[in-house]
Design a protein around this ligand. Structure first.
Ligand SMILES: *Cc1c(COP(=O)(O)O)cnc(C)c1O
Length: 215
């Protein structure tokens, strides 16, 4: 079984193991076709990520039925009216970023008797082009999600500011995780996953370094 995506994945797996980390690698397959995903599934890879609801459904509905061990991660901006479509197929949502969405997921998970694992997305420096909860509002937001809405918050996710200081934000993530007694950290992409793992990332989200550049 020789395929360049498998070689790319193996290289990253080796690097993770060298760092003595058990971080999971999410292969972010957005924009890539099923043909390009299949070699990784056949290799035995488990964690895959998408960022659009329609694309997730059309690509993964059959693939997940045929490969029940696969875990699907939604990493994109999620509109409340799409939650009901996404919930039956998704295992993790990394982009919980507002109260309206939290309430919607809470309602739908009761109706559908499902319990997706959720990451609260943090917006450091309150960047307007990114979504996420401000650090100062995290405590209150977590409190509502966990105590009033019975959401399964497993951890925190971030897309750090592109200011060359990603390490500083990864360190903050580690501190916040400890402070709020959370289990997981979703951080690190193709360009910065190595530093993320050093700061105890448990899920790294890798697209182009596995699949090649997106057009
Ligand atoms: C696309 C995407 C990734 C993967 O990005 P690469 O730089 O290709 O590794 C990770 N996280 C999110 C939220 C994304 O949208």
């Amino acid at each position: 079984m020789k395929h360049f995506t498998i070689d790319n994945l193996k290289n990253i797996e080796n690097e993770v193991q060298l760092k003595r980390s058990d971080a999971k690698i999410i292969a972010v397959s957005k924009t890539f076709k099923i043909d390009q995903i299949l070699p990784l599934i056949n290799y035995g890879h488990i964690h895959f990520g998408e960022n659009k609801v329609q694309e997730t459904l059309s690509k993964w509905q059959n693939l997940k039925l045929e490969n029940s061990n696969i875990k699907l991660h939604f990493v994109g901006k999620l509109q409340t009216n799409k939650v009901k479509h996404l919930l039956p197929i998704i295992d993790y949502i990394h982009s919980l970023d507002n109260l309206k969405l939290a309430k919607k997921i809470s309602d739908e998970q009761i109706k559908k008797k499902l319990k997706p694992k959720l990451f609260v997305q943090i917006n450091f420096e309150n960047e307007i082009q990114k979504s996420g909860i401000a650090e100062e509002k995290l405590e209150e937001f977590l409190n509502i999600c966990q105590n009033s809405l019975s959401l399964d918050i497993v951890g925190l996710m971030c897309l750090p500011p592109n200011d060359g200081n990603h390490l500083k934000y990864f360190k903050k993530m580690k501190e916040l995780k400890l402070k709020f007694n959370l289990k997981e950290l979703s951080m690190g992409m193709s360009n910065d996953y190595s530093d993320a793992i050093d700061q105890s990332a448990s899920f790294v989200r890798i697209g182009s370094k596995i699949f090649g550049p997106r057009s």
